[in-house]
Design a protein around this ligand. Structure first.
Ligand code: CA
Ligand code: CA
Length: 159
């Protein structure tokens, strides 16, 4: 942001943004977040903000923190949209619980930083929603919106 002024946070267009390697984030050996897990990747950057934002770690001590909803918040949005459809009377197998479970898996994987598994869970969700859209179990408009949001999330995750 301002190298001469000593502000080493990244600008939005910095080439260091999302240019690190998640596998190289050191372990949380002193348990910064006091969750008892010292094997997990460092949870925070030099400012105490998320060490990994936008699915891929940035180069340097400070992670660029995008504005707008986080990936986890967007998965939560999908869960709410699904609940709304069921509440509105859309009939899904087991009241949509298998679909909701895929989103819960994706959420848990995002929290754990396991983005590959999050992509797998979102892909499974996407495939099922598409199939329900094709067969008319889900209204086409709802299925299209869910599919578009899920595909964008998968793309954000690098899938
Ligand atoms: Ca990042
Ligand atoms: Ca920890």
């Amino acid at each position: 942001m301002d190298r001469t002024g000593g502000d080493f946070r990244l600008a939005a267009d910095s080439p260091c943004r999302n240019a690190g390697h998640n596998a190289w984030v050191p372990a949380d050996v002193i348990d910064l977040d006091e969750d008892g897990d010292t094997a997990e990747p460092l949870p925070w950057d030099g400012e105490g903000l998320a060490r990994v934002a936008e699915a891929v770690v940035d180069m340097g001590a400070y992670e660029f923190q995008p504005s707008g909803p986080t990936l986890s918040e967007r998965v939560k949005g999908l869960q709410v949209a699904l609940e709304d459809l069921v509440a509105a009377g859309v009939r899904l197998p087991a009241n949509g619980r298998p679909l909701a479970a895929k989103l819960e898996t994706a959420s848990a994987c995002l929290v754990d930083g396991d983005f590959a598994s999050a992509i797998d869970a979102l892909t499974a969700f996407h495939n099922q929603v598409r199939a329900f859209g094709r067969t008319g179990r889900l209204p086409m408009e709802a299925a299209t919106a869910l599919v578009a949001e899920t595909l964008d999330l998968i793309a954000q995750l690098g899938g």
